[in-house]
Design a protein around this ligand. Sequence first.
Ligand SMILES: Nc1ncnc2c1ncn2[C@@H]1O[C@H](COP(=O)(O)OP(=O)(O)OP(=O)(O)O)[C@@H](O)[C@H]1O
Ligand SMILES: [Mg+2]
Length: 466
Amino acid sequence: MTARRIFGVETEYGITCAQPPAAPGHEQQVITADDAARYLFRRVVALGRSSNVFLRNGARLYLDVGSHPEYASAECDDVHQLVVNDRAGERILDEMTEEANGLLAEEGIAGTIHLFKNNVDSAGNSFGCHENYLVRRRRDFPAMGEALVPFFITRQILTGAGHIRPRAGGGASYAFSQRADQMWDAMSSATTRSRPIINTRDEPHGDAELYRRMHVIVGDSSVAETTTMLKVGMTELLLAVLEDGVKIRDLVLAEPMRAIREISHDTTATVPVELATGRRLSALDIQEEFYARVRGHLDAEGRSAELTAVQRKVLELWERGLRALRTQDHSLVETELDWAIKGRLLERYRAKHTLGLDDPRVARLSLAYHDISAVRGLAPSLVARGLMARITTDEEIADAVTHPPASTRAKLRGDFVAAAQERRRDITVDWVHLKINDAAQRTVVLKDPFSPVDERVDALMAALQA
Ligand SMILES: Nc1ncnc2c1ncn2[C@@H]1O[C@H](COP(=O)(O)OP(=O)(O)OP(=O)(O)O)[C@@H](O)[C@H]1O
Ligand SMILES: [Mg+2]
């Protein structure tokens, strides 16, 4: 075990409505992405008058005006639990999509709404998958940033979702990450260039004297459970090592924002980038360093034997992913890492039909990889054919759709929301507050994200059920 840590993942989904061409002489109602999102949230809004709600599983579901549906998982304290909760979010949104498609059909509108767990739409707009990690305030966070920025910039060679990138002069090439190019755009105008990759939010959603919430916006959304597991798990282990006081300062990049793009575009992962020290190392070299230092510290402290099963899986996949790149034998991770799973799928399809990477049919297949639909998406059939690994069960996911993680503050919130729904009581909830909207306006502030029990909440629940 490493020190307990809270984490949660926010996923923004891409949304579109595919419509057949209108029959000659017939008008057809066009469903824009905004319209589709409104159909998606119609029942949520009808139930709670708002498109920003907390669910009985502790998560937050919301839609900002004219933007992407977002699901923010409840607070988790274990990587396996987080993967389950992230998948539960997909199921919830998939059910909402099916319902919205039913509404379209009822209204006689031809079209099918699709939700994509990816990071860029057909118009080139980018949307995110943000990771949140609780960090202890007493640690020197800026110093940790010296390790974290190069870590996040190079992590994409393992956890990138794979991206078909149009080339300027025509054609296309495969890149590790969908998000890397967008980060450049988002950041080239910012003054502190590395800041937007990770930041500590003003709202730690907890006791501000003890904790910070590290907000990471640089990652790709992950489809394969094993990729989500690695993305969050390797970060958790690095944070544990840094919080132990280990300093990693010699891997600072000379130009992080340039490196993030170059690394994404170099699928050999071996082209060097420049470090602040003047040394030149590849993304693969840098990740091997991070792996060796994390592993080395845990071994030296005698802690490796105490790691949880999922933490051991994370270390094993981290090492194997690096070996796959070093040996250029992608078969080592071809069922576990998104860029490899998707890359292989696209290669097979192209070979069979003799298509270029820039062919629209290849783009459609690539998009279908991210479609969260249980019927239209590719993931279920890839799993069934042994081409995509899983670490969760359908039962675990079904349970997490309606039940909060039992070991964190999410338990208090989820149970409170469930009780209010059953009693039809009006409440207001956010990450730290639980409030009954009646004359007494009773409110409880939950500053400890680790605690699943609280006597004040017991009293509040009693008041709710009275
Ligand atoms: N103390 C905490 N430390 C780390 N993560 C937390 C903590 N409390 C909550 N979280 C996680 O942080 C995420 C917050 O999601 P939310 O979308 O509300 O984020 P935000 O960044 O505050 O808001 P917005 O997306 O509106 O900018 C959730 O996934 C939640 O589980
Ligand atoms: Mg958010």
